[in-house]
Every structure is written in C-alpha cells, then in structure tokens.
Ligand binder design. Structure first.
Ligand SMILES: [Zn+2]
Ligand SMILES: [Zn+2]
Length: 288
C-alpha cells in the first residue's frame, strides 16, 4: 500500500524546454494491487510526462482542474483525445473531469468543438463512437473544503483559493489510507490554503520569489498580487507543521543550483524546518 505524488509539470505560462505545464499526479496503490491515478491540472506536455511517470491518460481514474488559466488546461484537449485514441488498445474507462463551475467548466464543454471533423472521420474509419469517453462534472467553488469525488478508500476535497482576478479557483486535498496530500493550485498564501493543508503529510505549493519580481519594471510586477511568496509559504507551512513541501509552478524558473537554493533559503527565512523539494518535472515523493 502506497501513495505516490509526482509533479508532472513545474512550469508556468512562460515556456521553457525542460518544464511541462502545471500538473500533479497522485497515485494510490491499494493492498490488493489496484491503482487509483488522479491527475490535477494538465498544462502543456502533460501526456508525455504521464507516460514517463508510468501512468497514462487511459489509466486515469479522474482529472481535476483548479482554474482556467491556459497554463493549467492547455494540455486537457491532448489528454482527452489521447484517452480516446488509446481506448482502442487500452480499453480506457470513462474519464471524469472534475472542475469548478463557471469558466473552467465552460472551457471543458467547448474544448472538443474544434475536433468534430477529426473525431468524425476517425470514428467512421474505425467504427467507433465519435465522442471521447469523458464526463464533465462541475461543482460550485465551496467556501470551506468540501468533498467533490471519492472512490474506495480515496477522497478528493476541493477548497477555494485566492487567485483574483480569477474567481472560483480551487486547490485540492487528497486523502488515502497512507495520508493526506494538499495541492495549492495557483494562489496567494491565504487562510483558505491553510484549511486545505491542515494535517497534510505533503503539500504541493506553487512558489514565487517576491524579491526577484520586485526588481522588475512596475508594469511587469502584476503577478505579485496572485501568487504565493516563498517566505510566506515557509511561515504558513511551519505554523501548520507540514513535514514535506514540494515547490512547483516556479517563478522565476530556476536553471542553476544557486537559483534552486534561493527558493529553499527563502522558505527557511519564513521559519520552515521540514523537507523542501524545489521540483523538476517528474519529481516524486511517496507516503507509505
Ligand atoms: Zn493561474
Ligand atoms: Zn499558473
């Protein structure tokens, strides 16, 4: 029995060659060997990262979305179309896509319109239903953490986070018999994230180095207002006594050891003493 947390993408809207777009894969392997694979967000290049992690669109039990910013959803079409084509070989079961109502659900409902002709001609060619096997499941962004999906021993809880001007963005909390994993999504450090991360064994937190952003010209500093400052992350995670922290959605993306260390140093400045991983794509922690 084990639960594995893999960051499938550590990037942001600013593309780099080595970081896929936002995504986290949580896998629970039950005592009988059955596996539950849950993907949170699907930014660019999520599908190849899932395969590299020995998962697959066809193996996912559900996909959860945090909000509709393109860096979190631009890979959803690829994932859904891959799920449909892989079904021929892997007998993929229906894929629930669970997301907050509003613009994120509207994106899901419209995303396949562009592919009507492609799906139809492929379906005629190999005698299949010209529709991906997905179920779009919306929920109203809750004021307090609320269960939005469950299967067997695994529960997924959503809670609102603070990513204005995006309204209704959420983070998630996954509970398995091995423990609790919280995923911040895109957010400022706020009480709402604390509610999701209470008692968590691992928190996957987006992270931004405020000092670096503050050096930018004033008209390039707007992202300060809706991302998580490294020192405040450190303070919050220390207060909550979270033992292990995975930093992702790294702003600015570090490409040297010194730049990675700067993220760690700033989280330590905030008072955090636990384990900190400044993630690269596919970094994985395990709960047993
Ligand atoms: Zn965002
Ligand atoms: Zn983002």
């Amino acid at each position: 029995m084990t639960t594995k947390v893999t960051v499938t993408g550590t990037g942001t809207p600013l593309a780099t060659h080595d970081r896929a777009g936002a995504g986290v894969l949580v896998r629970y392997i039950a005592p009988d060997g059955s596996e539950t694979h849950l993907q949170f967000d699907a930014g660019r290049s999520t599908v190849p990262r899932l395969l590299a992690a020995e998962s697959s669109p066809a193996k996912l039990s559900a996909l959860f979305l945090t909000h509709y910013h393109s860096d979190h959803v631009v890979g959803v079409q690829d994932l859904v179309l891959s799920h449909w084509t892989m079904d021929v070989y892997d007998d993929a079961s229906r894929l629930p896509i669970v997301a907050p109502n509003g613009s994120t659900i509207r994106f899901c409902e419209r995303m396949l319109e562009l592919w009507d002709d492609d799906l139809e001609v492929r379906a005629l060619h190999n005698l299949r239903e010209p529709k991906p096997k997905i179920d779009i499941i919306g929920f109203d962004t809750p004021d307090a953490p609320t269960e939005v999906w469950a299967s067997g021993d695994v529960r997924v809880i959503a809670g609102q986070v603070r990513h204005e001007p995006i309204i209704g963005a959420v983070g998630y909390r996954v509970e398995t018999p091995d423990g609790v994993v919280a995923i911040s999504g895109d957010t400022q450090v706020c009480d709402e994230v604390a509610a999701l991360a209470q008692g968590a064994d691992i928190v996957v937190y987006e992270a931004m180095r405020m000092d670096v952003i503050a050096e930018r010209p004033v008209d390039k500093q707007y992202i300060m207002h809706y991302h998580a400052d490294t020192r405040m992350i450190g303070r919050q995670m220390a207060e909550l006594n979270v033992p292990r922290l995975m930093l992702t959605h790294l702003i600015p993306a570090p490409s040297t050891d010194a730049a990675r260390q700067a993220f760690v140093d700033e989280v330590r400045d905030g008072g955090y003493l636990g384990e900190v991983l400044v993630c690269d794509d596919l970094d994985t922690l395990e709960l047993a």
